[in-house]
Ligand binder design. Structure first.
Ligand code: NCD
Length: 326
């Protein structure tokens, strides 16, 4: 069965002998750890979970518990993991606010992870430090699912982004523009890498100060990706299937004055969309600030709220995989 194959390949990749109980763990840390076959298998599995995401009953994960540890704000990621788990019959424990947990007393991430692994069957972690999820995986005796590590990676968002493209457009011969804060935005770092596996034609649109980091671009080129860069969205709007818009990541700017200079750099309006292809879809990981005019929500192009729903079946597939239930 294909799903079993996925287990095996992921196990091989993340082979991590837990010294205490000798079990293999499947962490989800970065898109770099996935092959295209593995991604396709997850997307197909997510499709099977869609009816359950819409309310059909399931007990697939009954008796299982996940812990959500969010050291940074979250609405969609935390709540869609929680929804996914509960609709599959499982339970969720939440660290709550950092101020009300022992983190406020100075507990290290490594110790918190070791302790919570005694309570839960998997840990969903969001942390402001790049590399934190990879580090947590070294201390964990249960799977770690990276829900965002600083400006690093956000693999579960990427999988739901790919799923949205698959459902609402097409992943083959895709022409996509990634717009906004490509320097600090972790969603676009993960997504660009995954898109290179699909040989997508990518245009990176950002202010010069917020370009995609060179190290990521080099990596993409090594994958054979076709990428162009521009500061002007009008250059590409008439020639793309997907417009992926991102927020300027205010919280990652070392200097608030620099953020102020970048704020409002882009705004998607109905006027701009007059030049768009008929089949264009607009995506955004959300939250949006001011980069998409609310009037665009009513156009046939908008898919960002649909996209946030797709987080549920995709995270169901990932949870089932992490807990070997599918
Ligand atoms: C994104 C994130 O946290 O990186 N949000 C999300 O998970 N949907 C995007 C953002 O915060 O801009």
């Amino acid at each position: 069965m294909k799903w079993a194959f996925l287990h095996l390949t992921i196990i091989n990749k993340f082979k991590f002998e837990c010294s205490l109980i000798g079990m293999m763990l499947r962490h989800i840390i970065s898109m770099r750890d996935f092959s295209r076959d593995e991604i396709d298998t997850i997307l197909a599995k997510a499709k099977e979970f869609e009816p359950i995401a819409r309310g059909k009953e399931s007990n697939l994960l009954s008796g299982k518990i996940i812990a959500t540890l969010f050291y940074e704000p979250s609405t969609r990621t935390r709540l869609s993991f929680e929804t996914a788990m509960k609709r599959l019959g499982g339970k969720v424990i939440d660290l709550g606010s950092i101020e009300s947990s022992s983190v406020a007393k100075g507990e290290s991430l490594a110790d918190t992870i070791r302790v919570i692994g005694n309570y839960a069957d998997a840990i969903v972690l969001r942390h402001p430090r790049e590399g934190s999820a990879r580090m947590a995986a070294e201390y964990s005796n249960v799977p770690i699912i990276n829900a965002g590590d600083g400006a690093g990676h956000h693999p579960t968002q990427t999988l739901l982004d790919l799923y949205t493209i698959m459902r609402e457009s097409s992943l083959s011969e895709l022409k996509i523009a990634l717009v906004g804060d490509l320097k600090y935005g972790r969603t676009v770092h993960s997504l660009a890498y995954a898109l290179s596996l699909y040989h997508a034609d990518m245009t990176l649109v950002s202010p010069a100060q917020l370009k995609m980091p060179d190290v990521i671009k080099k990596d993409l080129k090594k994958q054979g990706a076709s990428i162009r860069e521009t500061t002007n969205i009008e250059d590409v709007i008439g020639d793309i299937d997907v417009l992926y818009v991102t927020r300027i990541q205010k919280e990652r700017f070392p200097d608030p004055a620099e953020y102020q200079k970048m704020a409002g750099s882009y705004r998607i309006t109905e006027e701009l969309l007059k030049k768009a292809r008929d089949n264009l879809i607009i995506m955004h990981p959300l939250p949006r600030v001011d980069e998409i005019d609310p009037a665009v929500d009513r156009t046939k192009y908008a898919r960002y709220f649909q996209q946030s729903f797709y987080g549920v079946p995709v995270r169901m597939a990932l949870l089932a995989m992490a807990m070997e239930a599918a």
